[in-house]
Design a protein around this ligand. Structure first.
Ligand SMILES: NC(=O)C1=CN([C@@H]2O[C@H](COP(=O)(O)OP(=O)(O)OC[C@H]3O[C@@H](n4cnc5c(N)ncnc54)[C@H](O)[C@@H]3O)[C@@H](O)[C@H]2O)C=CC1
Ligand SMILES: O=C(CO)COP(=O)(O)O
Length: 334
């Protein structure tokens, strides 16, 4: 039995905490508010983020960051735009310990354009980072439905430790030595899922969505390869696998955001009305800035960035995409 600190008690942090506690690990599920931690403990359930899932006895809700100090491992599940601050806090609370930290958040930091493992390297340099990513809706994992995801880190010994810690009967981990590639897939697919939601919200139908998935995947590969990710990672669970899941289901917050935008919702107002995070909204711009700096074209992601930031309307963006010069298919340069 290990002691695991789960930083972030949204739906995914709670589902992962429940999974580990069911496997016999002692879990501290950290959230910012002491009142909320008390209410969750009393209810025996995280009603706000994962309703209907009883918390196992081995899971203790906590608002105390110092609990990280005695832990064997940390799952980091705080939304990407708040990650740096909480990594710095965890570093202090853990006495700068070289704790194994699995990054489970999917996004790029807006102010620096960095993926989470680069943020971790700056904010908590002693931590030993890994990436846990793949097609996995929190509600599915919490219900014990069969799920497979990627666990990526450079050290083989660390990978093996993570695999034995986090694998469970219906939660299958595949090992990868490409943490950067695993992160890129998760960050980009959220932006593409918004595009697919928009297509459905506009009433364009399944054929249009399939075209967006295929051309979006070409963008994901172009960008990932230019950044040094491995092709096998991009076409694996954390890339193509998660794109297929997220781009096809209203269970996805990113897809649902797109659906609402396609039906005429105003981006900022819609985002303000949501308790849950749709990471693609904040990641779209840093992603496209990073791509442009690397000379990689990502027209679908550019369109999403313009729409969610209110710089362009849905109809204008679609017209621009459809009027691009005709070209050969393939991931290529553009
Ligand atoms: N929900 C899912 O099925 C999955 C989510 N993820 C990723 O996990 C990460 C967390 O998402 P969810 O657990 O779904 O969150 P959520 O959308 O269920 O809840 C948002 C969480 O963010 C917290 N939060 C808001 N402002 C904050 C701040 N300033 N500092 C710290 N925390 C703050 C809220 O308290 C809440 O716990 C995201 O990067 C998401 O992409 C990854 C795989 C699956
Ligand atoms: O990352 C996810 C599933 O793998 C969850 O997707 P959403 O954040 O769009 O709900």
């Amino acid at each position: 039995m290990s002691r695991v600190f789960v930083a972030g008690a949204g739906s995914w942090g709670t589902a992962l905490g429940v999974l580990l506690a069911r496997e016999g690990h002692e879990v501290r599920l950290w959230m910012r508010s002491p009142d909320k931690a008390e209410a969750v403990a009393e209810a025996g359930e995280n009603e706000a983020y994962l309703p209907g899932v009883p918390l196992p006895d081995l899971l203790t809700p906590s608002s105390d960051l110092v609990d990280v100090a005695g832990s064997d491992a940390c799952l980091f599940v705080v939304p990407a735009q708040h990650a740096r601050h909480w990594m710095e806090e965890l570093r202090q609370a853990s006495s700068e310990a070289a704790l194994p930290v699995a990054l489970c958040s999917k996004g790029l930091e807006r102010s620096t354009l960095m993926p989470m493992h680069e943020v971790l390297a700056e904010a908590w340099p002693e931590a030993r980072g890994a990436v846990l990513s793949g097609p996995s809706f929190a509600a599915d994992v919490a219900r014990g439905l069969p799920t497979a995801v990627t666990l990526a880190c450079e050290s083989q010994a660390e990978r093996e430790r993570w695999l034995s810690l986090v694998s469970a009967a219906n939660f299958r981990l595949y090992a990868s030595d490409d943490p950067f590639g695993a992160e890129i897939g998760g960050a980009v697919k959220n932006v593409l899922a918004i595009a697919c939601g928009i297509a459905i919200g506009k009433g364009f139908g399944e054929s249009a969505k399939a075209a967006l998935i295929a051309r979006g995947f070409a963008e994901l590969q172009r960008f990932g390869l230019a950044m040094g990710a491995k092709q096998e990672t991009l076409s694996g669970l954390s890339g193509l696998g998660d794109l297929v899941l997220t781009a096809n289901s209203p269970q996805s917050r990113n897809f649902s955001l797109g659906l609402a935008l396609g039906q005429g919702a105003e981006p900022a107002a819609y985002l303000r009305s949501q308790r849950s995070v749709a990471e693609g909204a904040a990641t779209a711009r840093p992603l496209t800035e990073k791509a442009r700096a690397a000379g990689v074209e990502m027209p679908i992601c550019e369109g999403v960035a313009a729409i969610v930031e209110g710089r362009d309307g849905v109809d204008e963006t679609i017209a621009k995409l459809m009027n691009r010069p005709l070209r050969a298919e393939g991931a290529g340069k553009s």
